[in-house]
Design a protein around this ligand. Sequence first.
Ligand code: DQA
Length: 145
Amino acid sequence: MSLVYILNGPNLNLLGRRQPEIYGYDTLADVEEECRNAAGLHGMDIRFHQSNAEFQIIDWIHAAREEAQGIIINPAAFTHTSVAILDALNTFEGHVLEVHISNVHKRESFRHHSYVSMRADGVIAGFGTQGYVLAVERMGKLLAN
Ligand code: DQA
């Protein structure tokens, strides 16, 4: 069975209570459950993590190097700032998919640039939390090929 890491950056622990007009009312626990169900249907196991600390996300990417075939990541604000997360992802040999709940391109210009997109094999933005499930389905397809 394939293993996929699903990593979430800062403030996503507040999902459902944080600016719901932008990010919706689903909690991160809801998202995890939906991802787990979708992954199961596609023969994948997941490790689902969230941290407000950049080093922790980097350490999880390093752990994924040892055991995972794919990473789905919503780096949140680190998307737009973190060369360190890009560097870590560049050491990972599997598939990388980037997810944003909101359509970052419709928002402030500082959200238009993503360091992570320089490594991601695909990007989903603006599909709400459904974007995570779509990314899991896409990962299933990539890993089946
Ligand atoms: C986000 C978009 C980022 O610009 C923002 O900093 C977030 C969440 C999204 O999922 O839409 O925290 O990654």
